[in-house]
Design a protein around this ligand. Structure first.
Ligand code: NAD
Length: 504
């Protein structure tokens, strides 16, 4: 559905608190807001999920596979509904919805189903001479009750891909989609639960206030995707219960372009990754660092790419997304005042539209270089050399992603060696996030933890080290007990050392 029906939502349309919990038996038929405020709206749901986990129902491979199959069926049977919801929320084209949300999530489901048995298997640990009769292994056990909090920019992918790992690992799950992507939130809340065992799974709706209330409860793991600001709130709440967290956060992702590059190739690649989903992508290149000479060559190339991608009037293109709501639109429109507009710069408040834009002459101190842009605006900052670019990047918080474009592999390698970021790409953008074999995750200010493919399963599994010793054969074990004679000690030191392991 790309019929221009995108609506700017106001986040003030949060439903009343008594309508927030979706799940079996949680809809009170009557009651006032005050009445429900006095009692805890989440208590019954969380108690029900805890009891389900304690029953052990979620642990078997069969149960986990059944949940994953349910999730797969949800995606297949509701593809159109999801595409429509994404078009309503973000004016997302069917192609972008498929590649970045629906197919990606389906791939994760299929991969988890294919590998579930192998992932669940105990992993043997090697032992030393004194433990040769023992069995040592790592058991992957579910944490218990886990909470997944998601943002609005990829509202299917970012809510369901973590869910794949949480279910595969045998947990009970509370899902909190973003209240801002309302179309998708509705589908997740109303349709998804029909495909999963509702005694082990619930969707909770709400904004900051309700999520804050939810976070007062003890969870066994919290997986949060969103801004660093809210990430700190989540981590503070988790610390009260010593709950482990994954924080998938955002930030400003630098994109260095050196003078050796072909400007048209760089323009195509950078523009696609910057303007995909109207720039509302956590791993999008946030700003370009290049010399004034490269900037001169890049600008006409970027103009030509933007026209080729979105036509002379990008607002009428079915392939360009919209800004999620008025609040984000106003924030982005204010950023258009930084530096000088070299390309684009148009906006239409009634349509939450911001044209694909390139800014030049921006100062490091201006808001566009201080905050994560998260929109279709690309500032260019001039640097004289790769050294200056590296120095610029390292002065700032560690980004979620970093990009380097150069014909010289030495330059790309220098950028890789002398900086740090969650992920890195040389001469391309963020396609690595679609791979199941490598993790997505931040470092420092851009987050902690990782997921995708097996990494998601591991994230939601406690790796429990286990040693099983024979109950007899005490004579063989006696050597370790006091009194510690010289002979005992020598034998123990040798037996526990690496050499003894290789001898056997
Ligand atoms: P956000 O932090 O405002 O909201 C994320 C979630 O937290 C939502 O579900 C929201 O309801 C909840 N929330 C908001 N305020 C809260 C509060 N005070 N207390 C408790 N919960 C609260 O983020 P957003 O605007 O939805 O998403 C944009 C941000 O997410 C950007 O910074 C982007 O880079 C980041 N992001 C990161 C990744 C990643 O994989 N690292 C992916 C997508 C988005």
């Amino acid at each position: 559905m790309n019929s221009g029906t995108s609506v700017c939502h106001s986040s003030s349309q949060t439903p009343p608190i008594w309508a927030l919990i979706q799940g079996r038996g949680d809809h009170p038929s009557k009651g006032t807001r005050e009445h429900w405020k006095r009692i805890d709206p989440f208590q019954d749901t969380l108690r029900r999920l805890r009891e389900a986990f304690k029953s052990g129902r979620t642990r078997s491979a069969e149960f986990r596979a059944a949940q994953l199959q349910g999730l797969g069926r949800f995606l297949q049977e509701n593809k159109q509904l999801l595409q429509d919801a994404l078009a309503q929320d973000l004016h997302k084209s069917a192609f972008e919805a498929d590649v970045s949300e629906i197919i990606t999530t389906q791939n994760e489901v299929d991969y988890a189903l294919k590998n579930l048995q192998a992932w669940m298997k105990d992993e043997p640990g090697s032992t030393n001479l004194f433990m040769k009769l023992d069995s040592v292994f790592i058991r992957k056990e579910p944490f218990g009750l886990v909470l997944i909090i998601a943002p609005w920019n990829y509202p299917v992918n970012l809510v369901l891909v973590p869910l794949v790992g949480a279910l595969a690992a045998g947990n009970c799950v509370v899902l909190k989609p973003s209240e801002i992507s309302q179309g998708t939130e509705k589908v997740v809340a109303e349709v998804l639960p029909r495909y999963l065992d509702q005694s082990c799974f619930a969707v909770v709706l709400g904004g900051p206030q309700e999520t804050g209330q939810l976070l007062e409860h003890k969870f066994d793991y919290i997986f949060f995707t969103g801004s660093p600001r809210v990430g700190k709130i989540v981590m503070t709440a988790a610390a009260k219960h010593l709950t482990p967290v994954t924080l998938e956060l955002g930030g400003k992702n630098p994109c260095y372009v050196d003078d050796s590059c072909d400007p048209q190739t760089v323009a195509n690649r950078v523009a696609w990754f910057r303007y995909f989903n109207a720039g509302q992508t956590c791993v999008a290149p946030d700003y370009v660092l290049c010399s004034p000479e490269m900037q001169e060559r890049l600008l006409p190339a970027l103009q030509s790419t933007i026209t080729r991608f979105y036509g002379d009037d990008p607002q009428s293109s079915p392939n360009l997304g919209r800004i999620i709501n008025q609040k984000q639109f106003q924030r982005l429109r204010a950023l258009l005042g930084c530096g000088h507009v070299a390309i684009g710069g148009q906006s239409d408040e009634s349509d939450c539209y911001i044209a694909p834009t390139v800014l030049v002459d921006v100062q490091e101190t201006e808001p566009v270089m201080q905050e994560e842009i998260f929109g279709p605006i690309l500032p260019i900052v001039n640097v004289r050399s790769v050294d200056e670019a590296i120095e610029f990047i390292n002065r700032r918080e560690k980004p979620l992603a970093l990009y380097a474009f150069s014909n010289s592999s030495q330059v790309v390698n220098q950028m890789l060696e002398r900086t740090s970021s969650g992920g890195f790409a040389g001469n391309d953008g963020f396609l690595y996030v679609s791979l199941l074999s490598v993790p997505l995750g931040g470092v420092g200010h851009s987050g902690m933890g990782r997921y995708h493919g097996k990494f998601t399963f591991d994230t939601f599994s406690h790796h429990r080290t286990c040693l099983l010793a024979p109950s007899g054969l005490e004579k063989l074990k006696e050597i370790r007990y006091p009194p510690y004679t010289d002979w005992n000690q020598q034998l123990l030191r040798w037996g526990m050392g690496p050499k003894s392991c290789t001898l056997l």
